[in-house]
Write a protein that binds this ligand. Sequence first.
Ligand SMILES: [Zn+2]
Length: 268
Amino acid sequence: MRDFTLKTYKSLIVAFQEAGYQFQTFEEMMTVPVMGKSVVMRHDVDEKAWNALKMAQLENKLGIRATYFFRIVKQSNVPEVIRQIVALGHEVGYHYEDLAIAEGEDALAIKSFEENLDYFRGYYPVKSVCMHGSSTSKYDNRLLWKNHTLSDFGLVGEPYLSVDFDKVYYLTDTGYAWDGGKFATRDVVVNDFGLIFHTTQQIVVCIQEGRFPEKAMVLAHTLWTDSFSQWMTLHLREFLRNHLKLAARNSRFLGKLYENMVEMYWKK
Ligand SMILES: [Zn+2]
């Protein structure tokens, strides 16, 4: 069975449900956390916004609510998609990258952060934000919070600042694998649950055997698709990207090449 399709995504959700996990949005986790087993399904919509809508529809059908973080760039910020995801009852948050866009200029960055937050509040009363990794930028978007506080903007949480990942197990599907963290450059969370998964099926089995942690945040990007051609293309792209990323760490030439490729990709 192909992994990272909507079918496998459904099997993951159903496994959580059958094991008695409650689903909370990130905002709820911050403000009204439930006792016992619970999981936050978090979606960083880096691109392929229409895929996010398909996940949102599936989740709605299964009776759960998730959290969708949208970027301001056009690959993510698709008004029709945001509107429909809100209508399906999910939480919408802002996937900010203002410090990288402003090239480290704090005053510029906070101004654009505020404007963009206001923009997304036109769709949903946004209460949470989450930094985008901006892997080729030298600026860490989180550093915006060195001089500012979430509450100044009416925000209740930022996963990388507000969650204790020693208590909440964090899983991410970076590069079409659950153990692809070695390819991530910045949005890395270190924890000590002693669990390593490669495939979604391995997670499902772990949940079924009762070995999965009580509290979790699962980050699923928007590359999950039932379309075979898109799935193949994306797998090839992720494979190349992961290996180029690793090679780039040891070679300035490859590093530059990777940066240029990413820049071109987002400009198109
Ligand atoms: Zn991102």
